[in-house]
Ligand binder design. Structure first.
Ligand SMILES: *[C@@H]1O[C@H](CO)[C@@H](O)[C@H](O)[C@H]1NC(C)=O
Ligand SMILES: *[C@@H]1O[C@H](CO)[C@@H](O)[C@H](O)[C@H]1NC(C)=O
Ligand SMILES: *[C@@H]1O[C@H](CO)[C@@H](O)[C@H](O)[C@H]1NC(C)=O
Ligand SMILES: *[C@@H]1O[C@H](CO)[C@@H](O)[C@H](O)[C@H]1NC(C)=O
Ligand SMILES: *[C@@H]1O[C@H](CO)[C@@H](O)[C@H](O)[C@H]1NC(C)=O
Ligand SMILES: *[C@@H]1O[C@H](CO)[C@@H](O)[C@H](O)[C@H]1NC(C)=O
Ligand SMILES: *[C@@H]1O[C@H](CO)[C@@H](O)[C@H](O)[C@H]1NC(C)=O
Ligand SMILES: *[C@@H]1O[C@H](CO)[C@@H](O)[C@H](O)[C@H]1NC(C)=O
Ligand SMILES: *[C@@H]1O[C@H](CO)[C@@H](O)[C@H](O)[C@H]1NC(C)=O
Ligand SMILES: *[C@@H]1O[C@H](CO)[C@@H](O)[C@H](O)[C@H]1NC(C)=O
Ligand SMILES: *[C@@H]1O[C@H](CO)[C@@H](O)[C@H](O)[C@H]1NC(C)=O
Length: 719
């Protein structure tokens, strides 16, 4: 279908139940994908006990008998033997088949001493083979000050002679010797018979060890098919699989906050202890940061009904608000890590939570926290800085960027946060705040456009001075964060949005995504670095801008295509560096919830389902149908029950949409029309009345059908 998006709006009112007969409903049930086809894409382990998938045979060294024995607990064990220093160190690499998280346990069938003391085993963990050396790619101890470190990157065991099961608990087998780090996020585990000199006499580098079984006790959210309250499928199998991969990535980071398993840098806090939270990463950044939730929380709401993992964080950070209104980004450094943008993300995430879960009580409880951060922390200095945020302190942001001044991203995010907050103020009946925040947002929009728009390329400048020319000047660099957010915040109209997206795409495209800067003036390497996190906002901007969805798909193919085909595959990375490498080498978290934007992109834009009132009391179903995807179907969970959607393009210029929404809810449905020929829209078999409206700026360029009630409906566009 050649969609040209004339500004024709078709408005119709659907009365509940019109045209529903049993035969039609059966067909609709099928169209809505009532079956379980999508279960095959789910990546979660089937149970919380996870077994390794393989031994990497090319990487076995020394005397290792029956290396595959430990894969099958019923067969004979794997035996590692080293009699003395002349023998090679026996070592092997166990592959869990995909990135996993939890506590490893080993069933030993026994051991034999070769010298005085039990034979020692050492373990190293890594998410990728590239960074699996004789030390782990990362352990919690790596983030501990010298003197508090439990290990130097390997976990140690002194293997007893009698059969027993060892669990990788945080701590030491003997006082301060033979120590282990505890929880690991990893795909590969290296095992070798050896011992630290310091662990003598308890563990020795010689002897023989028999392993009958290895398991991992999964510690993340076990996202088996029965836990999905939302799902997504479309004609492109890669996009479908990446949706489920994104969910798995966020599930790996959804875990109980425990002092001995979280980031050790003064993050342990009694107010989160024992509560479920959505951590940033499974291996590293085991602390929940509120900016990351700007994406990760959406992934959670759109896949599982588990909002406590988000609510616990928002509540805890609100309780730690500083007197001037600033909200800490996380518990790290005892709630003192100075980030400039994260308090605004707290606002956005809190409003998102209300819209997805309907928890207006939470919003009412913390409403003053929101007001104080918007008005006191950010609002107090606007007049003296010409109506825009001017960062003059040394605070960092989501990527600790070396920038200050009138930055486009901070201001576009401020406008976005103010508009979100105004929506919430309206819901809670605070009309004065609604009006104040809306007009302040509009002022930020106007002033930002006037100051930071670079007409020579047709995109926003980053906005601050170059590092070598401080003061009130503008460096000739353009960033993904500000440009993407400005579109989503509504700072620019659709023609400027088209312009900036065109410029941004053509100046930053890399084989592994779009770089987050078009230039290295701020720091070497920035024009080669890709964050899936901040790419989400640019990608969402593409789906929200007429004619740009094709470029969104093209970018998604590079970004998620790259990560899904490079070790460890399946899970999505914290950041991508030059040549598509993990951007901080082994330190990089290869399963980071903030990189799961594929999930909201597909559910909110391609399926088209978004809440427009608290807890989906009202909603919109406005699928983006541009691009190569020919059909999509799926479900979004709401507190009132599921919203089910299925759409497909017909061969001869037609379109079919089936929806089923909960009773007692209502919303807006959009279908695409070309505006050419004599297109007709039928709602449940009845021709919808058409009316030409004035120019609307409907992102999908689609005709609108106003619904008044929930239930099952079929909407057809035919020529
Ligand atoms: C092996 O060494 C340990 C630790 O010194 C000792 O307790 C154990 O008795 C020894 N085993 C044998 C069979 O000698
Ligand atoms: C395993 O061996 C292969 C081939 O030598 C090598 O490329 C790979 O890096 C090794 N992996 C590990 C984890 O050592
Ligand atoms: C790494 O461990 C292997 C045994 O797996 C050993 O042969 C090698 O010497 C070790 N390398 C270093 C640098 O310690
Ligand atoms: C780590 O290695 C350093 C340097 O070899 C050593 O001083 C320190 O004691 C080690 N720490 C632990 C916990 O093994
Ligand atoms: C951390 O402590 C809890 C008890 O507070 C325990 O259940 C858990 O296994 C410990 N985790 C590790 C990795 O030791
Ligand atoms: C964290 O900060 C609070 C408030 O300033 C203080 O009372 C507490 O002692 C601090 N905790 C640690 C572990 O430093
Ligand atoms: C606002 O101005 C005060 C006083 O100059 C300063 O201390 C504070 O850091 C400024 N706040 C922001 C968010 O820029
Ligand atoms: C932002 O603050 C810097 C440092 O105080 C100052 O030089 C600059 O003029 C300010 N810019 C605006 C637009 O207020
Ligand atoms: C979009 O905004 C720009 C800048 O304000 C303006 O020049 C242009 O006419 C607007 N375009 C449309 C289609 O409204
Ligand atoms: C960055 O911008 C400067 C100034 O416009 C230009 O000279 C330089 O070539 C650009 N560098 C890159 C990597 O685009
Ligand atoms: C869409 O389909 C066209 C024609 O088959 C193809 O050239 C293009 O690469 C596809 N785009 C994407 C993003 O897959």
């Amino acid at each position: 279908m050649a969609v040209s998006y004339l500004k024709t709006a078709i408005v119709a009112t659907i009365a509940a139940g019109i045209g529903c007969n049993a035969a039609v409903l059966d067909k609709r049930e099928i169209a809505l994908g009532g079956g379980s086809d999508w279960h095959k894409y789910v990546r979660s382990p089937a149970t919380s006990i996870v077994k390794p998938k393989a031994i990497l045979s090319a990487n076995t060294t020394g005397d290792v008998a029956n290396p595959n024995g430990l894969l099958d607990s019923h067969g004979s064990p794997t035996v590692l033997t080293r009699k003395g220093s002349d023998d090679k160190v026996p070592s092997m690499v166990v592959d869990f088949g995909q990135n996993v998280v939890g506590i490893v346990s080993i069933n030993f069938a026994g051991s034999t001493n070769s010298s005085e003391g039990f034979p020692g085993l050492k373990l190293a963990f890594s998410e990728t083979q590239q960074f699996l050396t004789n030390t782990s790619d990362f352990t919690r101890s790596d983030n501990m000050p010298e003197g508090e470190k439990l290990t130097n990157g390997t976990d140690q065991i002194a293997v007893s002679n009698d059969p027993y099961t060892w669990n990788d608990k945080t701590g030491c087998q003997y006082d301060t010797k033979v120590c282990s780090d505890g929880v690991h996020g990893f795909r590969y585990m290296k095992i070798w018979l050896d011992a630290l000199e310091n662990d003598a006499p308890y563990a020795q580098p010689y002897g023989s060890v028999s392993i009958s079984n290895i398991e991992l006790e999964w510690s993340g959210y076990l996202g088996t098919p029965d836990t999905f309250t939302g799902w997504f499928e479309c004609s492109d199998e890669d996009l479908t699989q990446w949706w489920f991969d994104g969910v798995y990535t966020a599930d790996m980071g959804t875990d109980i906050f425990l002092a001995n398993e979280t980031d050790p840098r003064d993050s342990a806090t009694p107010t989160l202890e024992g509560k479920e939270v959505l951590f940033d990463g499974a291996k590293r950044d085991r602390d929940p940061y509120v900016g990351d939730l700007g994406v990760a929380a959406l992934t959670s709401y759109l896949s599982h009904d588990n909002p406590d993992s988000v609510r616990n964080i928002l509540a805890d950070l609100a309780e730690h608000q500083r007197d001037d209104g600033w909200i800490p980004p996380a518990s790290i450094n005892n709630y003192t890590l100075n980030l400039y943008d994260y308090p605004m993300w707290w606002v956005v995430c809190t409003v998102d939570m209300v819209m997805y879960t309907g928890d207006t009580d939470f919003a009412a409880q913390y409403y003053d926290v929101m007001r104080k951060t918007l008005d006191n922390y950010y609002g107090q200095n606007l007049t003296s800085t010409g109506g825009l945020l001017n960062k003059t302190n040394g605070y960092g942001d989501y990527a600790f960027l070396p920038r200050s001044g009138v930055i486009t991203y901070y201001n576009a995010l401020y406008a976005h946060a103010l508009k979100s907050a105004a929506k919430l103020a309206d819901i809670l009946g605070h009309g004065t705040d609604r009006d104040t925040w809306s007009s302040r947002a509009t002022e930020v929009d106007e002033k930002l456009l006037a100051r930071n728009w670079d007409a020579s390329v047709g995109a926003f400048y980053d906005g601050g001075p170059c590092p070598d020319k401080p003061g009130d000047t503008i460096c000739d660099v353009h960033a993904q964060d500000g440009n993407g957010l400005a579109v989503l915040a509504g700072t620019v109209n659709s023609s400027l949005a088209t312009s900036l997206l065109d410029y941004y795409g053509k100046s930053t495209a890399r084989p592994y995504g779009n770089a987050f800067y078009d230039n290295d003036s701020l720091q070497a390497g920035f024009s080669q670095r890709v964050y899936a996190f901040i790419s989400y906002f640019e990608l969402a901007a593409r789906f929200a801008t007429k004619g740009a969805a094709g470029s969104a798909y093209e970018e998604l193919k590079r970004l998620y295509g790259w990560m899904s085909t490079h070790d460890p595959e399946i899970t999505f990375w914290e950041g991508i560096g030059p040549n598509g490498s993990p951007y901080e080498d082994g330190f990089t978290s290869m399963a980071h919830g903030w990189s799961t934007g594929i999930v909201p992109l597909m559910s909110n834009y391609v399926l088209g389902v978004k809440p427009t009132g608290p807890g989906f009391k009202t909603w919109e179903i406005c699928p983006v149908t541009e691009g190569n995807v020919t059909w999509a179907r799926g479900q979004v969970g709401t507190p009132h029950g599921p919203i089910k959607v299925s759409w497909s393009k017909k061969d001869s210029d037609g379109f079919e949409l089936h929806i089923d929404t909960p009773t007692g809810t209502s919303g807006v449905v959009c279908v695409p029309v070309t505006g050419s020929k004599n297109e007709q829209v039928y709602v449940d078999g009845t021709k919808a009345e058409a009316e030409v409206s004035a120019a609307t700026d409907e992102p999908t360029g689609a005709a609108k059908v106003i619904k008044t009630s929930g239930g099952a409906h079929e909407i057809l566009v035919s020529v």
